[in-house]
Write a protein that binds this ligand. Structure first.
Ligand SMILES: *[C@@H]1O[C@H](CO)[C@@H](O)[C@H](O)[C@H]1NC(C)=O
Ligand SMILES: *[C@@H]1O[C@H](CO)[C@@H](O)[C@H](O)[C@H]1NC(C)=O
Ligand SMILES: *[C@@H]1O[C@H](CO)[C@@H](O)[C@H](O)[C@H]1NC(C)=O
Ligand SMILES: *[C@@H]1O[C@H](CO)[C@@H](O)[C@H](O)[C@H]1NC(C)=O
Ligand SMILES: *[C@@H]1O[C@H](CO)[C@@H](O)[C@H](O)[C@H]1NC(C)=O
Ligand SMILES: *[C@@H]1O[C@H](CO)[C@@H](O)[C@H](O)[C@H]1NC(C)=O
Length: 683
């Protein structure tokens, strides 16, 4: 499963001496001289991220401040009650003689839509600079009024330093995120502070589930009457800690302020904008802003403390995890870009995708699918932590499987009427509730993931404790896998589906039976689950063995694997089927060789995908998956080509920009990330 890491490691081992990591990391510090209108530079800690414009804050562009915990519900549809939500039931479909109830076509589209878009993830607030005239009036400054702008994100210490000149005076802003709590630490240095010409502001948006995608900015600033804010004390003198309570519907979030002495005042009762005015006439001002889901008067760390801990945490991250150097000793002109992506993606994943819950598609940058996360994507977003040896980060969220186990057992056995096991949700939120929708309810490849996560952990820590920790999850996962497979009397083998959705989500669920990727993944999962019980000295359930030993063969046509059994013979030439995630290449590359796989056929099939698939409709992880298939087939050069494919580009910050524009200077002009702009039916 770790072929990609394997090739990179192989490349890295050409020079065998220890890697001098720091220069490799620092070489790729993003440097900007103007704001990118669509992507921020970010600081963050995995659970919390702060996106900034050229000022190091959110002065001109309202990039998001988001977290893994900041969620809210919209009010219920008119005339509906909480009971209506709780009593929601979807349709029941026949599954080989069993009536299975799903969360879709429930008869009340308003409730169903509410359940899809709630809770939604909020943008916690905005912080920026206020520019003033010598006599204290606000100056409507725009980015064009600043000169000599230069901003550098120091990846090694997680520190963003932004400098510019305004009205002849230099301003330097240093921005960091705490690593122990969800605070942003800010230091402003300028003689403008001494004369009161530079203040800060904080502002709070309304958030709701009206938009499925909110990018590049999240929240609405134009409906202040729909939410409230309230400030507790007006300064931090006498050890008071000013707190702003922000209430949206039934949810309240708390923003606390600490640092050098300041006064904070609300600009007007009709907005949620507050001004923070330093009280000491010094040329430097530090502010710590803490975002919290609950009220707390815990003292806030000072800027120097925050900076010290944050730098140390980032240094450790770079020093202690896995590391790949493809540059040293390489004459391949592609090495630098490959290395840049490795470093920037490590940084961005640490900021956006190392939280207490699985990350959403767009991390903490902006919102897609209302900010919810997708359990099938959890593998791609987080399994890499295991391979880079970042167990502390992976373990923050991987207990999602124990948290969601009771509700997944209920889903399988109570709601869906299966005799055993746990069925994992797809699109969900921290409560574990499944979002309604056909794809959300009929997709199955997320089912096997927990067994793979368990196996990775055992491989790194082969102890009884790890076996026990995952035991019930592995058991209930495999129980449902065995349960879902059904014995086809006419062929004498176990089939999977219908109904089911395949990885590419583009075949008819009622017609989809014995999908190739899912069959291989079932084989892998049941095999790993069986060895799990062997290691524990427990008996492997006969149902698992029976299904595993008698699983339908992977569907084949003309010497190639097909997406599912019975798909039209000419599907290779049918754009309806050669679009979207090409999971056929995952058969050998993403997956190791499973018992039911012929690697020669898999290799030929992968090459057929390379030449027949609509690559311009491939998404983020499709390209690494294509690269993994090439690597597993021994075509390492092709693997690098897939990784650096023209349609798989990243801007100067390492953010995905698809394939339309990409310039060295980082202007991904107005290009939405491909993943963000994607619409999928049934969700
Ligand atoms: C949203 O509402 C649902 C249904 O009433 C409830 O279970 C959930 O806890 C609420 N979530 C938030 C964040 O308020
Ligand atoms: C799929 O099957 C279900 C139940 O068997 C049926 O109600 C539904 O209409 C079918 N959908 C299509 C598109 O045929
Ligand atoms: C500030 O200036 C911009 C144009 O530079 C304008 O669009 C905006 O409305 C102005 N804001 C205020 C509050 O005057
Ligand atoms: C704000 O509240 C008003 C009155 O309740 C409502 O009509 C309107 O739809 C709300 N606006 C948004 C953006 O939610
Ligand atoms: C059993 O398998 C055969 C051959 O794959 C298939 O044609 C048939 O539809 C399957 N049975 C059912 C009930 O789906
Ligand atoms: C291939 O994908 C692109 C991008 O989504 C789409 O515009 C195009 O129509 C697709 N081509 C075919 C033949 O489906």
């Amino acid at each position: 499963m770790d072929t990609l890491f394997g090739i990179l490691l192989l490349l890295a081992c050409i020079g065998a001496s220890p890697i001098d990591r720091r220069p490799v990391v620092e070489r790729f510090n993003p440097v900007r001289t103007f704001s990118n209108p669509t992507t921020p530079l970010q600081v963050g800690n995995g659970n919390f991220a702060f996106g900034s414009d050229i000022t190091g804050l959110q002065t001109f562009l309202p990039f998001a401040t988001m977290s893994s915990w900041g969620w809210k519900n919209d009010s219920l549809p008119p005339g509906k009650t909480v009971e209506d939500v709780e009593n929601y039931r979807g349709v029941s479909w026949d599954n080989h003689g069993r009536l299975v109830q799903y969360d879709f076509n429930g008869g009340d589209p308003d409730i169903e839509q509410w359940l899809i878009s709630n809770p939604n993830r909020v943008n916690l607030g905005r912080i920026g600079l206020v520019f003033r005239t010598p006599d204290g009036r606000n100056v409507n400054t725009s980015e064009e009024d600043l000169t000599d702008k230069r901003q550098e994100l120091d990846l090694w210490s997680g520190t963003l330093t932004s400098a510019f000149t305004w009205e002849g005076e230099r301003v330097i802003v240093t921005t960091i995120a705490s690593q122990e709590s969800d605070n942003v630490g800010i230091r402003v240095e300028s003689s403008l502070l001494r004369t009161g010409r530079l203040n800060l502001f904080v502002d709070f948006p309304w958030n709701d589930g009206k938009a499925k995608f909110s990018a590049p900015f999240v929240g609405r600033w134009d409906v202040p009457a729909n939410h409230t804010t309230e400030l507790s004390t007006r300064s931090n003198l006498d050890e008071d800690q000013p707190v702003i309570r922000h209430t949206m519907g039934a949810s309240t979030f708390f923003t606390s302020f600490g640092g050098d002495t300041f006064e904070i005042t609300r600009d007007s009762e009709s907005t949620h904008r507050y001004t923070v005015k330093p009280l000491e006439p010094a040329a430097s001002f530090t502010l710590t802003v803490a975002f919290r889901p609950v009220e707390s008067s815990t003292p806030l760390p000072s800027f120097p403390e925050t900076h010290k801990v944050a730098s140390a945490t980032w240094n450790e991250f770079w020093r202690n995890g896995g590391f790949v150097d493809v540059l040293t000793g390489s004459t391949d002109p592609r090495a630098a870009e490959l290395q840049r992506r490795i470093i920037l993606s490590r940084y961005l994943l640490r900021v956006n995708e190392a939280g207490d819950t699985p990350p959403q598609e767009s991390g903490l940058v902006n919102n897609g699918w209302y900010g919810k996360f997708h359990m099938e994507m959890y593998f791609w977003h987080s399994a890499h932590w295991a391979l880079w040896n970042d167990w502390d980060l992976l373990r923050r969220s991987s207990d999602v499987y124990s948290r969601f186990l009771p509700s997944s057992i209920r889903r399988a056995q109570v709601q869906q009427n299966w005799d055993a096991g746990a069925r994992w949700p797809k699109m969900t939120d921290p409560s574990g509730r499944s979002a309604p929708g056909q794809i959300n309810n009929l997709l199955i490849w997320q089912q096997v993931h927990p067994i793979v996560f368990a196996e990775y952990e055992y491989r790194a820590f082969p102890t009884r404790e790890i076996l026990e920790k995952w035991k019930n999850i592995v058991k209930e996962t495999a129980n449902w896998m065995a349960e879902f497979a059904w014995f086809n009397e006419s062929t004498g083998v176990y089939d999977i589906g219908p109904p089911m959705y395949v990885v590419s989500e583009d075949t008819s669920p009622n017609a989809t039976r014995n999908a190739a990727f899912e069959l291989a993944y079932w084989d892998l999962g049941l095999g790993l689950a069986s060895s799990w019980l062997d290691r524990l000295g427990e008996e492997v359930p006969a149902s698992w063995t029976s299904v595993k030993e008698n699983l339908a063969a992977l569907p084949m046509e003309n010497g190639l694997y097909s997406v599912y059994d019975g798909i039209e013979g000419n599907f290779w030439n049918d754009p309806a089927f050669t679009n979207d995630h090409p999971a056929l290449v995952g058969l050998h590359g993403w997956l190791p060789q499973t018992k039911n796989l012929d690697v020669k056929v898999a290799a030929t099939t992968a090459e057929e995908v390379w030449s027949h698939w609509n690559i311009s409709n491939c998404w983020g992880w499709d390209f690494p998956m294509l690269a993994m298939s090439a690597a597993r087939n021994g075509q390492t050069n092709k693997a690098v080509e897939w990784l650096l494919h023209p349609l798989f580009q990243f801007d100067d910050a390492g953010m995905p920009i698809g394939g339309l524009f990409w310039q060295e200077d980082g202007m991904g002009v107005g290009v939405k990330t491909r993943q963000d702009s994607r619409e999928t039916g049934g969700m």
